[in-house]
Design a protein around this ligand. Structure first.
Ligand code: FAQ
Length: 330
């Protein structure tokens, strides 16, 4: 699927045992792999799939929050929300650029998003009916994103790892401003606190789903861990997120909507951790396969933006072409 027009691709590399072992030795020595380095096709394709999905998630992720920009309750909140949504757009652009170093074009990636071949995070297929959802997204969704993305700063592929450093700094700020928003609601009127609780009830389980299928179901984790693309498994990160977030909810005076949530002092090598209830995997796969509440709207919005922007892309390409011809003639 991603084999055409690879920028730095060493198509002539013979993937024999000697090559694969030498590549693994570089990974084990914590060397960064750079765009023009020889790499196994499967390593390249894994990164294109994962970085592409990540980039699409950032861009699609602008939609649920963008929905509230015109209705933010104060100028201060509107400025913070505008800046956050703009940051997510920026993250998408770094990530598309990181994927492009692997020889895939942004056009190809976008077409694969629009035709359903490429995925984006399940979380952005849930609606944002109340203002409290803006706080909860910052608190939980950015919180989960950070938990997943901080280890990606040590990913073996250089351009992805470097892009993640700035992304994580910005996501940390988003998480704090989201938490501060929820905290204002929790210290406000009883209606405001109820709005925060209702929002937590709706976003808790989808946030846990962001980490992907359980380790026994994950198709790519073993190989991605071996290549040091992923540093932790999906379940390990999910557990870290639960352990970090439950005390935050307690501090806010909110209840996590899970009757099976209980502290287990034996967990995490006896350091302790929370046991929690079973995720609704049926719902997860339905959303991933395109049947969530907002999937159709999200893709329709991205398709409209892509179609409406066609003339800009054509004009930019024509301008670049003209400049090249002028330079050639000189
Ligand atoms: N949603 O074998 P695994 C954000 C798919 S950024 C949809 O475990 P892997 C910022 C997976 O692709 C959020 N699909 O896969 C923000 C695979 O299908 P495929 C995005 C999912 O790659 C905040 C299949 O299931 N972050 O939130 C999901 O080893 C606020 C089997 O799964 C990233 O993308 C899911 N939740 O692990 C923006 C981080 N989970 O591709 C706006 C980078 C799994 O074979 C507002 N990505 N699938 O057809 C990753 O860390 C990994 O790719 C995982 C999945 C952990 C997502």
């Amino acid at each position: 699927m991603y084999s055409q027009g690879l920028i730095g691709a060493k198509e002539d590399v013979v993937e024999d045992d000697a090559f694969l072992e030498a590549f693994q030795r570089r990974i084990d020595a914590e060397e960064k792999i750079e765009p023009n380095d020889p790499m196994p096709k499967a390593y390249r394709n894994t990164l294109i799939r994962m970085i592409g999905q990540h980039a699409h998630s950032e861009i699609v992720g602008m939609l649920p929050e963008g929905n509230w920009i015109t209705r933010a309750p104060s100028l201060r909140r509107k400025v913070a929300l505008l800046a956050k949504v703009q940051d997510e757009g920026g993250h998408g652009l770094y990530l598309y650029s990181a994927a492009e170093t692997l020889g895939v074009s942004r056009e190809q990636m976008t077409e694969e998003l629009l035709d359903g071949t490429a995925k984006y995070s399940s979380i952005f297929n849930y609606p944002t009916p109340t203002w409290a959802d803006i706080g909860t997204i910052g608190w939980l969704v950015d919180g989960a994103a950070i938990m997943n993305q901080v280890p990606l700063c040590r990913c073996s592929y250089g351009p992805y790892a470097r892009a993640m450093i700035r992304v994580c700094k910005e996501e940390s700020f988003h998480q704090r401003q989201g938490y501060e928003l929820v905290q204002s609601l929790c210290t406000g009127t009883s209606e405001q606190k109820a709005m925060a609780q209702d929002s937590l009830n709706r976003w808790w389980w989808p946030s846990l789903m962001m980490f992907g299928p359980s380790d026994t179901e994950s198709q790519h984790s073993d190989q991605s861990m071996k290549w040091k693309i992923k540093r932790f498994t999906n379940d390990e990160l999910r557990q870290k997120f639960v352990d970090a977030t439950v005390p935050q909810a307690e501090h806010l005076g909110l209840s996590i909507p899970d009757e099976n949530l209980v502290w287990n002092s034996e967990k995490n090598n006896t350091q302790g951790g929370y046991d929690f209830g079973e995720i609704n995997w049926k719902e997860f796969w339905q959303v991933v396969k395109g049947h969530g509440m907002m999937n159709r709207d999200r893709i329709a919005a991205r398709k409209k933006a892509w179609d409406d922007g066609a003339w800009v892309r054509e004009a930019a390409a024509a301008f670049a072409d003209k400049q090249r011809k002028t330079a050639d003639a000189a």
